[in-house]
Design a protein around this ligand. Sequence first.
Ligand SMILES: Cc1ncc(COP(=O)(O)O)c(C=O)c1O
Length: 378
Amino acid sequence: MSAMTDWLARASDERARAGVVRAADVRRNPQSRPGLLDLASNDYLGLADDPRVREAAVAAVGRFGTGARASRVVTGTTAGHAELEAELADLTGRPACLAFSSGYTANLGLLTALGDPGTLFVSDAHAHASLVDGARLAKSPVAICPHADLAALERLLREREQPRAVVVVESLYSVLGDAADLARTAALCAEHDALLVVDEAHGVGVAGAGRGAVHAAGLADAEHVVVTATLSKALGAQGGAVLGPAALRAHLVDTARTFLFDTALAPAAAAAAAQACRIVRREPERVAALHRVAGVIAEAAAIEHAPGAVQSLPVGDPRSAVDAAARLLDEGVVVGCFRPPSVPDGVSRLRLVARATLDPERAADAARQAAALAGVPA
Ligand SMILES: Cc1ncc(COP(=O)(O)O)c(C=O)c1O
């Protein structure tokens, strides 16, 4: 056995012992299994299936083909990319937008392009892996701030040695589903001359009538606030974006490595997301329907109603979470199962995700079943 094969076998055994083995399993895919109730995917507004969004993608394939063929700065920029950036800026009320091939690469590109030894990154302890990786890859010192602890944030900013600081938070956190206090965080950042990066992966299309939590907090015009977003959740497509001042956009075009050295976002995804932005603006009732379903799920599962689409049901240890998710799948319900290292506080959970197009009664039945399997008295 080679040294690497031996190492892989030991790592695999350790994962099995810890109950954190994963599978990319087609049986969990609702589009491959008609009848499966989907309480796991991130298509919060049901737009991945909307005929207008599908048609926009098909038309873009007809015009541009299936792939973008090159980076945005070589030949990959199409009229569709400019249209998408204008629609996203319009929806969120931000001055400028740059699209990336995913939310992950948007976060990596932004943080690495902002980092240097004179800039302290202060990252919330519950920040998504893409933000953690971006901060790690940036040539900046990094401080991890206890989750949502504004007093600790104030101290870190006040006592820093670096002239510049970047504070990194999510507007709606992806695993626990809780919301950041953006107004107070932005005020602290302004007071201490820090830039605030808000990942709105779970906020765009969900918070503030769909225009995002930054817009809802009255911060769309704030020059010291930068938004990142994904196109792959409420917008039903694929891709990511950074939204902020025009000078930042220009900086990213010149320096963000995941923009420069990555093939442009596929034209079909750009067109689908642009169409989704128009629908979100024109049909706020979809966002209201999403929140109604989220409330029904939380009530049926007897858990606190989180402000976004994700309703989080604590289970405890990873094995019980896996067992509960497997039993639900046998019953025809797919839920998210989050275990270490995907949970920031070590507590494994079932993640029950609302969608605007779900039948509330079916969602409530499934949520009650999930709570019973997780041992929560409903
Ligand atoms: C908070 C957060 N940021 C970024 C991402 C990455 O987005 P994408 O899936 O578009 O790469 C995700 C997606 O899982 C997320 O939850």
